[in-house]
Write a protein that binds this ligand. Structure first.
Ligand SMILES: Cc1cc2nc3c(=O)[nH]c(=O)nc-3n(C[C@H](O)[C@H](O)[C@H](O)COP(=O)(O)OP(=O)(O)OC[C@H]3O[C@@H](n4cnc5c(N)ncnc54)[C@H](O)[C@@H]3O)c2cc1C
Length: 427
């Protein structure tokens, strides 16, 4: 049964809902009938006009672009490389072409307000292509089109107590770059595993706080990048046009630029450095092939991700890595999977992957005394995880951090602040 959410109210009443510090009451409407639902958490993934965001009275700070935008999928013929997208600058506004299939392209362009209020027809799209598009390109059929106004806006936070905002409800931006959907999907990807660990009683509130910290920064960058592209491609300044038209073609041919640009637009370059639950760069782990020390066929790294943290002990003395494996499994129970992995290059590494495939911690051990260095690295992992995991026999789920130390063969954990300054060894 689908229902329409019409109101959200957060409640911070300890006495009424003793086991959790906060909860949320949502009013739903279906078939003319309203009902109230009390939930521990609520995710407002309800789009740019979010009822949830309005209910929380969260400002959606930003502004509206001066021009209107048109967007259309059309069949095109002409000299266009099917694996490239084209950004066509013009003082009358930018036009971009994205390949959708062999002969279908998505056109995005800014237009004067009077043309952007309705869905553009084939005639207007042909005129835009002739005016701003690559030479020799002909539109033969219109599949779908839309005209709309665009805003660049963001909430100051993506969490308010038990309520989370995700996707367009939390951030909207220019369509140049086509990143709206991916940004929202990655919000969901970031939040889902955190909620899961908390609901399983394996992690505390600090892990949930990291959602807003991590994703707000990513959305802020997406808004800035797409805003820059939109402005640079449509600038009316003659000096800026000269720089753009003479410098940009040189720069965009450089392989390093192309690599960086693709990584950025595809969001593969997203990282979570500075997050309260990450030590180091927080980059996305590459899906490499691994040989587990305890036997079996080689596996791809992502095959090992199953909703738990994954600690990889790559190389190192067997008795030491076995001891760390046993200790961490006892300490964090279901929250972590520890695997011993063969080192292909002889370098000993400790890598902690989050369930979403990002590295929460990584360290290469190059000291001759490997066992004590491994133990110190494991202690830094413990210090990081102790900040937000609750452990196998931890206290109630809403306790932010563990209240009592647990027995472990590992050295006493360093403080979280000490872990944050752990040396990072990029590869
Ligand atoms: C014309 C156009 C073209 C675009 N093209 C691209 C593109 O090429 N690539 C790209 O990455 N992005 C594109 N975007 C952006 C992309 O569509 C959005 O960023 C993405 O859809 C956001 O997803 P969302 O789930 O956050 O919000 P939405 O897609 O808006 O989904 C919100 C959902 O919540 C439901 N809802 C709303 N209010 C309530 C309520 N009170 N109760 C119950 N349900 C509710 C809505 O019915 C809807 O199903 C485009 C956007 C537009 C407008």
């Amino acid at each position: 049964m689908s229902a329409y959410l019409i109101a959200v109210e957060t409640v911070h009443d300890e006495a009424m809902f003793a086991e959790y510090r906060k909860h949320v009451i949502a009013t739903l409407e279906h078939g003319g009938e309203q009902r109230s639902v009390t939930a521990r958490f609520l995710i407002g993934a309800d789009g740019a006009h979010s009822t949830v965001r309005h209910g929380l009275e969260l400002p959606f700070a930003g502004s509206e672009y001066d021009q209107s935008f048109v967007l259309a999928d059309v069949e095109l013929a002409g000299p266009l490389a099917g694996d490239e997208f084209h950004l066509c600058p013009s003082e009358r506004g930018p036009l971009a072409l994205f390949p959708v299939s062999a002969n279908v392209w998505r056109i995005v362009a800014t237009v004067p307000d009077e043309l952007g209020t309705t869905s553009p027809d084939l005639e207007l799209l042909r005129a835009l292509l002739a005016d701003r598009g690559p030479a020799g390109v002909e539109a033969s059929r219109l599949i779908w089109s839309s005209g709309f106004r665009v805003h660049r806006r963001q909430t100051s936070q993506m969490r308010a107590g038990p309520v989370f905002l995700a996707g367009d409800a939390a951030h909207i931006h220019s369509p140049f770059g086509g990143q709206g959907m991916n940004t929202g999907l990655q919000d969901a990807w970031n939040l889902a595993w955190k909620l899961r660990l908390v609901l399983q009683g394996l992690a505390g509130d600090k892990l949930l706080d990291s959602y807003s910290h991590e994703r707000h920064a990513v959305a802020r960058d997406v808004i800035a990048q797409t805003d820059f592209i939109t402005r640079a491609m449509g600038t009316a300044s003659a000096a800026a046009q000269f720089l753009r038209d003479h410098l940009l073609p040189l720069v965009t041919r450089l392989p390093a630029f192309q690599d960086r640009f693709v990584q950025t637009l595809s969001q593969l370059a997203v990282h979570y450095a500075g997050s309260p639950v990450v030590v180091g760069e927080g980059r996305r782990a590459v899906n490499v092939r691994l040989t587990l020390s305890d036997g079996g066929h080689p596996v791809r790294l992502y095959q090992l991700l199953d909703g738990r943290y994954l600690l990889l002990l790559v190389g190192g003395p067997e008795d030491e890595t076995r001891r760390i494996t046993t200790d961490l499994a006892a300490r964090y129970g279901e929250a972590i999977d520890v695997r011993r992995v063969e080192s292909l290059d002889g370098v000993v590494r400790v890598e902690l992957l989050r369930p979403d495939g990002y590295l929460a911690f990584e360290e290469e051990i190059r000291q001759p005394a490997v066992a004590p260095a491994l133990e110190r690295a494991a202690a830094r992992v413990v210090a990081l995880l102790d900040g937000h995991l609750l452990g196998a026999s931890g206290p109630t789920p809403d306790t932010a951090a563990r209240s009592a130390p647990r027995s472990s063969a590992l050295p006493p954990a360093a403080s979280p602040s000490a872990s944050a300054s752990a040396p990072h060894h990029p590869r």
